[in-house]
Design a protein around this ligand. Structure first.
Ligand code: ADP
Length: 656
């Protein structure tokens, strides 16, 4: 079908309709899409506005929290009020030595441990000479015992440590342990730069190690480890690491195991250490006496806030636990997420996201970090508002209606075109069929009028042709009339008992003359028994004639056509078979439709109108039967008409 075919009447109505439908559907779709896009843009704007609001609110809350923290640093009563959870406040004196730490044990280790008093060396000279120079442990022991009973705590501590040492050397482990226990009671002083508690704990562990008291050693080491982790003693980082390693050795755990809390405590201590090393309040080209800073310590973000004055130095440090709590307080919405980045733009807390963000940079917000707020659900592309949903539904329904409509329109147009093509084929076929007998007739008639026959023989032959062509014309006209009656469904049937054998013999004897013209013979095979059907002789004869005529027409090379009759219980089948052209499988259904002709028959210009098989099928159906076809191209065809048999005697009895 060419494109122009679509625009020829009457299709033009459908075509215009189709075009209008396409254009209107397109316009509608486009408009709806615009609406959805607009709605979505609004939605995106709304979401962004919400993120911006949340970021503003969060910035304000964070600024408030930092301001509170700074106030706590500057307030004179700072050391009395407890800092928020997760924050450690360190107050140093003018010399920078740490005075107070909030909360107690807040720092794991110290840049400069506190200046607790230590015993002078003078009282110990004699005892140490006895112990180390003369190796007189008894004398040394007595001297240490005397010193240990004094009133000066620092001296007592030094003496108890010496006493315990002597007893350990003298193989008096229990006495050594007792001395260490006594030493552990003392506080506020230092022994060889260490807190007495730590000296006692490690001394006890060594005694237990010497004496092989493994389980007691493990308990002791576990307590030591716990006390070190709790920041109980003011130690330098190297002291802390040394005694932690000792504790682990005694525990038999050479690997250092740290949980998040341990790592955070270490990060805080490192941050303080770093501040004390860097001294940003007095070092550098532009010292900052008061500042807020976010630093990375051991892979963890640590907030450092300080305020340095000539009288005191106050520093607040807080790790991820404080920052996370602050974040949650500032952004309580469960559907929002946030991240904090350092000034270099690295995300230090929270999961980075690719979703749309609301960002408050450090520079703009005066916070030591940049804050990013985003939606936890990610970039949401699904329609969320009911309006968008409804629009998409309407669009979908319209699309379905349109596609269905278009399908039916195209189908209607195709059918109409097919019918038209069949009808024109039919007209061409019919005119072709009529043309040749009419030409013969007019030629003979002309010769008769002018009496131009060369001989009587020729004249006789002309009469034969006249008779044959007239008969052919008659049959053609009758065939078309029959088609009008039978295939169009307007026939009135006169049913009567028909002896199939006798009936077929009559039909064939009439047909033989037609077959002889093309040199074909018909072979009839009948069952032994007489079989009756109840039928209309005229209609059945028309149907069998058509099948035989086709068999002859479509077997140009094989000149025999067979008609086999078989009876099976109450059915009789009349099979007309040939060894002619055969019919392709994809045509076998269609050829029973009106005006449909096979491609091969058209290609070979075999005359025909395409109505014969439609009529045969109608006639068979009117008799309560059917027509079946088996065929293979090049091998011939078998058309079988199946009819119900009829018991004539019974019927006669019934009538009587
Ligand atoms: P017509 O023979 O006038 O074309 P019919 O309705 O009788 O119309 O047959 C329809 C088509 O079926 C034929 O055009 C032909 O292609 C095919 N056909 C029918 N009978 C045979 C046959 N015996 N052998 C091969 N093709 C056949």
């Amino acid at each position: 079908m060419t494109f122009r075919d679509w625009f020829r009447p009457p299709r033009h109505v459908l075509t215009i309709f189709l075009s209008v439908a396409v254009v209107s559907a397109g316009a509608l779709g486009w408009l709806s899409w615009l609406l959805v896009a607009q709605d979505r843009a609004l939605d995106v704007q709304r979401r962004q506005a919400r993120l911006e609001q949340a970021a503003d609110r969060a910035t304000a809350i964070m600024q408030g929290a930092l301001a509170d923290l700074e106030l706590q640093l500057t307030a004179s009563s700072a050391h009395t009020s407890e800092p928020p959870p997760g924050v450690v406040i360190v107050i140093g004196g003018p010399t920078g030595v740490i005075d107070v730490v909030h909360p107690d044990g807040g720092l794991l280790y110290y840049p400069e441990p506190g200046q607790a008093p230590e015993a002078p060396t003078a009282p110990f000279i004699e005892a140490e000479q006895a112990e180390f120079a003369r190796r007189d442990l008894v004398a040394a022991g007595n001297l240490y015992t005397a010193l240990a009973s004094g009133t000066d705590t620092a001296v007592r501590a030094g003496a108890l440590a010496g006493l315990a040492r002597i007893r350990r050397k003298g193989q008096y482990p229990d006495a050594a342990l007792a001395a260490y226990d006594e030493l552990a009671e003392l506080s506020g002083v230092r022994v060889a730069g260490l807190p007495p508690g730590l000296v006692a704990r490690t001394g006890r562990a060594r005694v237990l190690e010497d004496t092989g008291r493994a389980s007691e050693l493990r308990d002791e080491a576990a307590r030591l480890d716990e006390e070190l982790r709790s920041g109980r003693w003011q130690l330098t980082k190297s002291q802390h690491q040394f005694y932690s390693a000792e504790a682990r050795r005694w525990l038999g755990q050479p690997e250092l195991e740290m949980d998040t809390a341990d790592r955070e405590a270490e990060a805080l201590a490192d941050a303080v250490q770093w501040l004390w090393d860097e001294r940003p309040w007095e070092e550098g080209p532009s010292p900052e006496p008061a500042a807020r800073r976010l630093v990375q310590m051991g892979g963890m973000p640590v907030l450092a806030v300080w305020n340095a004055s000539p009288e005191s130095l106050r520093v607040g440090v807080a790790g991820p636990s404080y920052l996370t709590a602050l974040g949650h307080e500032a952004i309580p919405d469960t559907d929002l997420e946030w991240t904090l980045s350092d000034p270099a733009g690295r995300v230090v807390l929270g999961e980075p996201s690719t979703s749309p963000l609301a960002v408050r940079t450090a520079a703009a917000s005066r916070l030591p970090w940049s804050l990013q707020v985003y939606s936890a659900a990610g970039p949401d592309l699904s329609p969320t508002s009911p309006r968008q949903g409804l629009l998409l539904w309407v669009l979908a329904v319209l699309a379905v209606v349109w596609v269905t409509g278009a399908y039916f329109i195209v189908r209607a147009i195709s059918r109409e075109l097919a019918v038209e093509r069949l009808q024109s084929d039919f007209v061409a076929g019919v005119s072709h069929e009529f043309r040749s007998p009419l030409a013969s007739l007019s030629q003979i008639a002309e010769m008769l009028v002018s009496n131009r026959f060369a001989s009587d023989d020729l004249r006789r032959q002309s009469y034969d042709v006249l008779a044959r062509e007239t008969d052919r014309l008659r049959r053609l006209v009758e065939g078309l009339l029959d088609f009008g009656r039978f295939a169009a469904g307007g026939a009135v049937y006169h049913f009567e008992p028909v002896d199939i054998g006798a009936f077929l013999e009559t039909v064939i004897s009439e047909f033989r003359a037609r077959a002889a013209a093309t040199g074909h013979t018909i072979e009839l095979s009948l069952p032994a028994v007489t079989t009756y059907v109840r039928g209309d002789r005229d209609a059945l004869s028309r149907a069998i004639w058509n099948l035989l005529d086709n068999a002859v027409k479509y077997s140009p090379d094989c000149h025999t056509v067979w008609l086999d009759v078989e009876q099976d219980r109450d059915r009789v089948s009349l099979t007309v078979r040939d060894q002619g052209l055969g019919i392709p499988v994809d045509e076998q259904r269609a050829i029973f439709e009106r005006f449909v002709r096979g491609a091969e028959s058209k290609a070979r210009r075999i005359k025909g109108t395409g109505v014969g098989l439609a009529m045969v099928r109608r006639i068979a159906e009117a008799h309560g039967g059917e027509v079946r076809l088996t065929s293979q191209p090049g091998q011939g065809s078998r058309f079988t008409m199946i009819l119900r048999t009829y018991d004539r005697l019974e019927a006669a009895g019934g009538v009587a």
